[in-house]
Design a protein around this ligand. Structure first.
Ligand SMILES: CC(C)(COP(=O)(O)OP(=O)(O)OC[C@H]1O[C@@H](n2cnc3c(N)ncnc32)[C@H](O)[C@@H]1OP(=O)(O)O)[C@@H](O)C(=O)NCCC(=O)NCCS
Length: 163
C-alpha cells in the first residue's frame, strides 16, 4: 500500500470500472468509472491530512484502494474504513492483510479508539475479512441500503483500541 499518485489514473480506471466492484459500494464509487472520476478521487485523497487513503499496488500497478474517513464532533475518535479491489485479484488474501494494517494504523498511529465498517448483508467476503481482522459484528440496520433498485440490510462491524 502507498499514497495515491496521478500516475495511477489509468490503472485506477481499469481496476475500478467494473459493475461487480461497484455493486457493494456507495454510489459515490461510480459505474461507469471514468478518467474524471479517477482524477477527482486522487486530488481528494492527496489533500486529506493525515494521510488516510492508500492505493493497493500489485507488481507496481494500482489495483485497489483502502481508506479511512475520520469522523467529526463527538465521533471524532472513530473512523470508517472502506476498501475495494479489482476483480482479477479477488480471493488471494490481499484485502485481509490490508484491513488489518489500515485498521491498526487508525487505532495505533492516528489515535482513534474505534474503526467501523458497514457492509451489504450479502457481502460475505467483506464480513469475513472484518471478522478475521478483529472486528465484531455489532448490528444489522434493516433495509438501510438502496442500490441498483434493491434494498439491502447493512451489517455494522466495529473494532476498538485495546488501550
Ligand atoms: C470484498 C473484497 C474487498 C474482498 O477482497 P479479497 O482480497 O478478495 O478478500 P480476501 O481474499 O482477503 O478474503 C476474502 C475472505 O472471504 C472468504 N469468502 C469470499 N467469498 C465467500 C463466500 N461466498 N462465502 C464464504 N466465504 C467467502 C474467502 O474465503 C476469504 O476468507 P479466508 O481467508 O478465511 O479463506 C473484494 O471482493 C471487493 O473489492 N469487492 C467489491 C468492493 C467491496 O465489496 N468492498 C467492501 C465494501 S464493505
Amino acid at each position: 500500500m502507498r499514497p495515491w499518485s496521478y500516475d495511477d489514473v489509468k490503472p485506477l480506471v481499469k481496476a475500478a470500472n467494473d459493475k461487480d466492484v461497484s455493486a457493494t459500494l456507495r454510489d459515490s464509487f461510480p459505474y461507469p468509472y471514468k478518467k474524471e472520476h479517477a482524477i477527482d478521487w486522487i486530488t481528494f485523497a492527496l489533500e486529506v491530512r493525515p494521510t488516510c487513503h492508500f492505493a493497493i499496488v500489485v507488481d507496481n500497478v494500482a489495483c485497489g484502494g483502502i481508506g479511512l474517513t475520520l469522523q467529526r464532533d463527538v465521533f471524532r475518535y472513530s473512523a470508517e474504513i472502506g476498501y475495494w479491489l479489482a476483480k482479477d485479484h479477488w480471493g488471494r488474501g490481499i484485502m485481509s492483510e490490508a484491513v488489518v494494517a489500515v485498521s491498526d494504523y487508525a487505532l495505533y498511529e492516528l489515535g482513534m479508539t474505534r474503526v467501523f465498517a458497514g457492509t451489504f448483508d450479502h457481502n460475505i467476503a467483506s464480513g469475513r475479512i472484518l471478522e478475521k481482522a478483529g472486528f465484531a459484528l455489532e448490528g444489522r440496520l434493516r433495509k438501510a441500503i438502496f442500490k441498483y433498485d434493491r434494498f439491502y440490510d447493512q451489517l455494522m462491524y466495529g473494532k476498538v483500541a485495546s488501550r
